[in-house]
Write a protein that binds this ligand. Structure first.
Ligand code: NAP
Length: 312
């Protein structure tokens, strides 16, 4: 790829393909089980961003025939009340997947709520059991954003094996799971964070750079190795516009491929959540055919492709 001609890695077309396949799966599921797969989003104290997120999820589910809804608790709900609501969803046979909208109000400990999620319905991979399965290389539910960050590389035909990757950000839901997935794909991975002494020095050595820091413009073209592949996970609002964590204008001149923001990782994240939901539904209620074909345990060693949690 010549300079200034970075290929755009767009999530939209891949997401459309995934949603088309999910729609077919939903038709089959309804025909054999007599019900639609069910998703519930738990929201504690609604604000503008959570409303936008919720509407996007519900719209996406409606398009493919998933029975999606939400449970809303007021922002003053106690931790016990929130955990109880999560457990009720776990006990509801019509619910196959649960998403807890984050962040929770500061009065509620994330761990108390996360522990209440049934791991078999944890389609955004936040329960410690699913995090542990990923760490050990087994097949659990992946956090959808981290899954999307690696899946966009795989589905765009970007070689990962043997390449040096830098992940900027070490959060439990994005940075670390993305790093584990890249290791599983046989990349050599460095994880950078706010205490990293010379971020540019690490980034400059990377063939693949995944940025999930929540800082607009943190990674610039001047920091990149020429020809690097850049996955920008960041979502920030600057002057009313959504931008990533990478300074796109300078990075696009140096990279060989880069995800745009918006339009890169974001759309794929939402579509992957639907594939995770289908996987949860199929596992909870296998058809006679799939039950005979696969073992019931969710913890079978993962072969390739790595991107489980709904990989198709
Ligand atoms: P987070 O929990 O705030 O974690 C941010 C991470 O970045 C932390 O590990 C932090 O280091 C590191 N960091 C912060 N400043 C840094 C700096 N100057 N240099 C190097 N590392 C730095 O955020 P998150 O939930 O992982 O989200 C990350 C970004 O992804 C945000 O922009 C968020 O909006 C976006 N996001 C996108 C999607 C999507 O679908 N595309 C979904 C979720 C989140 P420490 O650990 O040392 O604090």
């Amino acid at each position: 790829m010549s300079e200034g001609q970075a290929r755009l890695l767009e999530g939209g077309p891949i997401a459309d393909e995934l949603r088309g396949a999910v729609a077919e799966d939903v038709v089959r599921f309804r025909a054999t089980r007599g019900r639609a797969p069910g998703l519930r989003v738990l929201i504690v104290g609604r604000d503008a961003p959570s409303t936008v997120y919720l509407e996007r999820i519900l719209r996406g589910c409606a398009k493919v025939g998933i029975d999606a809804g939400f449970v809303e608790l007021e922002g003053l709900a106690t931790e016990a009340r929130v955990a109880a609501a999560v457990r009720e969803l776990g006990d509801d046979p019509a619910v196959d997947g649960i998403i807890v909208q984050l962040p929770l109000p500061p009065t509620i400990r994330l761990r108390a709520v996360v522990d209440a999620i049934d791991p078999a319905k944890d389609i955004d991979g936040i329960h410690p059991m699913n995090a542990g399965l990923l760490r050990l290389g087994y097949d659990g539910f992946l956090p959808a954003t981290a899954h999307a960050a690696v899946e966009i590389l795989r589905r765009s035909g970007i070689a990962i094996e043997g390449r040096d990757a830098v992940v900027v950000g070490r959060s439990a839901v994005v940075g670390m799971p993305a790093a584990f997935l890249l290791v599983k794909e046989d990349a050599t991975v460095t994880v950078c964070h706010s205490r990293t002494v010379d971020l540019a020095d690490h980034v400059r050595r990377a063939d693949i750079v995944v940025v999930a820091a929540g800082h607009p413009g943190l990674v610039t073209g001047a920091m990149l190795k020429p020809g690097a592949v850049v996955v920008d996970v960041g979502i920030n609002v600057v002057d009313g516009h959504i931008v990533g964590d990478v300074d796109f204008a300078s990075a696009v001149e140096v990279a060989s491929a880069i995800t745009p923001v918006p339009g890169g990782v974001g759309p794929l994240t939402n579509a992957l959540l639907l594939t995770h939901l289908m996987r949860a539904a199929e596992r909870r209620e296998p058809s006679a055919r799939s039950a005979a074909a696969s073992p019931p345990s969710p913890a079978s060693p993962a072969g390739r492709p790595v991107a489980s949690g709904g990989d198709r």
